[in-house]
Design a binder for this molecule. Structure first.
Ligand code: SF4
Length: 191
């Protein structure tokens, strides 16, 4: 029987030749391999941080030798009415957020006029953030509008919340930003 390259690969994925052409049932082997890898793992539930769809995730972890927790796999949560176990290609790479060697592990700072970014501590980053927020607020705070109405608002800063915000985090962020006088607030997770 003549088999094209495309048919061969299709068979490998679907078992279209009855599972015997390749000598084994690929789907079954994949399922067994997955089961063995995740056997005894703890399950945690989370939400994909990438976009406003808010797909639910299941993370599998296991305590490795020395007590270190090892993240084994992240996949779509089949119990979620939002994604019913599915993830888009971006969400399907969520594991890399935690384990990729190319992940940036600390805040980065590029000083004014500099061409290079350098890693900095969280203390440094948070201090800079606070200083810049204060400076921008002082510079752009508006007390009265063009008609003389008292408005007391900060027009020079905008805030956008992420899709992984819980309701409580969203509430806290909104309180903080409104307290600073911000009027430009947006939340990614609108669904
Ligand atoms: S899996 Fe994809 S569609 Fe779902 S929240 Fe993440 S990025 Fe959005």
């Amino acid at each position: 029987m003549d088999v094209t390259r495309r048919q061969f690969l299709g068979a490998a994925v679907t078992g279209a030749f009855g599972g015997s052409t390749l000598g084994f049932d690929v789907a079954k082997a994949t399922s067994v391999k997955r089961r063995l890898r995740l056997e005894g793992a703890s399950i945690s539930h989370s939400v994909c941080p990438y976009c406003a769809v808010g797909c639910a995730l299941v993370a599998y972890t296991r305590k490795a030798e020395g007590g270190k927790v090892e993240l084994l796999q992240i996949e779509g949560d089949p119990d979620s009415p939002v994604n019913e176990g599915r993830l888009c290609p971006k969400g399907a790479t969520a594991l890399q957020l935690a384990v990729s060697r190319r992940r940036v592990a600390s805040p980065m700072h590029r000083a004014a006029g500099a061409t290079e970014w350098r890693p900095v501590s969280w203390d440094f980053a948070l201090d800079r953030l606070a200083q810049n927020i204060k400076a921008a607020r002082d510079r752009t705070f508006v007390t009265t509008d063009a008609n003389g109405n008292v408005v007391n608002r900060c027009e020079g800063i905008a805030f956008a919340g992420g899709a992984a915000f819980s309701s409580e985090e969203g509430y806290l962020a909104t309180k903080l930003m409104r307290g600073l006088g911000l009027v430009h607030l947006e939340q990614q997770a609108r669904v």
